[in-house]
Design a protein around this ligand. Sequence first.
Ligand code: FAD
Ligand code: SF4
Length: 484
Amino acid sequence: MATPYDVIIIGTGAGGGTLARHLAPSGKRILLLERGDWLPRELENWDGEAVFVQNRYISPDTWYDKEAKAFQPQVHYCVGGATKLYGAALYRQRKEDFGELRHHDGISPAWPISYDEMEPYYTKAEQMYQVHGARGEDTTEPPYSAPYPFPALSHEPRIQQLSDDLEKAGYHPFHSPNGIMLNEQNRPFSTCIRCATCDGFPCLVHAKSDAEVMGVRPALEYSNVTLLTNAKVIKLNTNASGTSVTEVVVEHPNGLANGSDQVGRNYMFHNSVAVLAVSKEPNPTQFQKTLGLNDFYFGMEGFEYPMGNIQMVGKSQASMYKGEKPIETKLAPMFALRDIAHHAVDFWLSTEDLPDPNNRVTVDKEGKVTLIYTPNNQVAQQKLYDKLKSMLNHLGMHPDHLIHRTAYMKSFIPVAGVAHQAGTCRFGKDPKTSALDVNCKAHELDNLYVVDTSFYPSISAMNPALTAIANALRVGDHLLERLK
Ligand SMILES: Cc1cc2nc3c(=O)[nH]c(=O)nc-3n(C[C@H](O)[C@H](O)[C@H](O)COP(=O)(O)OP(=O)(O)OC[C@H]3O[C@@H](n4cnc5c(N)ncnc54)[C@H](O)[C@@H]3O)c2cc1C
Ligand code: SF4
């Protein structure tokens, strides 16, 4: 394609969509290339069966694992990318996550920039994505220069009870930071209706702070911004010396910008597990994702290594469960399956997985994608699970029933759960060990920048999107300077 454009952005998710919005007022000619289409606005957006069982919004791609076994990755190709389906829990990484951290299975490497350098962009990202939250509750919270732009979302009664019980047991639950446009003070005028179909679903009324709503749509209000949907970039053409991208479609013998041999390596996606506990009292909560717990983020007595974050996940619904007797029995012998949905309290546990150069994505000449991944840091994940399980008695739950999503969801394949994928194009100061420089520009090319989550050199245990958004704003500032 001959380029009458100053900037071409490939992909419109957390990184690309945010960058487009940030660069739009500059007046520079910006082209957005998105391989997917607009995500349709239709009643199925909020239909558990359509979204979770029939995988209506998941790409039909086939990837291969290290045994060459085919699987369908849970990737979403549409304007807004994965943020269209995300839970909008918009967390900052901890200050310590930017430094080197010793884990049970090894080292989580330091980032080439400090938390203090990222802080102003986290603040801007929280403002741009209208994050609701409460400062000062989370004991691991990093320093901040501004309050959250919106007050924390209230807990519904069962989750408030959980919060009270956790406090009584000596823990420090906090209101989680959320990007949904709920105005609890003025519900008739609230864009968000506070429903049960948010985390993992697209928002039918566009009240979720996703990259389409906060990034792409406002960017398109500028006449200098153009979006092409169904435009899948397959290759980048360079000049003869390979130092500058000249067109958006070409082949490169060793893979572009890959002198470090780091492109595709160090794939990470969190040791995540969704679990279900069965409450003694009913749990009629609609919007469950309002509570987080970081008491074990950096470890606990008897285990001095980081364990990770506990938060709520979108409430499970009967249509998502396997309707089988053994599952029912495992969940809670005294309940029928239909009652379980009414008593379920769903948690999401996230432990950092460490970068391993052998955990990698490869693409062969035919375009076949293989994801080779061997899990690590599983001891820390197990500790976190065991710890939560040991706490259930104090939290008004049936003891011993903390069941993995694999056991109770109809269609769940662990390796395919690539929702939090990051790495494969790490940034760093040394071109021998990183693909991108500190500004996320490819070391070897003058005009190629990468701002999706692939720039992460380590993933922390916090949800990844806010850091991708903040980084896109940081790189955007650098680009605005450069484009002057
Ligand atoms: C169900 C679910 C729940 C989640 N919940 C949370 C949460 O609560 N909090 C959180 O922080 N994170 C959450 N995440 C993760 C979060 O959404 C991602 O970390 C984030 O969107 C990653 O941003 P990105 O820019 O790297 O990629 P994406 O947002 O996925 O954007 C990539 C874009 O590039 C496009 N694209 C890809 N290849 C091409 C190509 N060749 N040509 C053109 N376009 C292309 C894609 O179609 C897509 O639009 C969740 C994810 C999922 C799936
Ligand atoms: S209305 Fe609110 S709670 Fe429901 S999907 Fe939209 S943002 Fe989420």
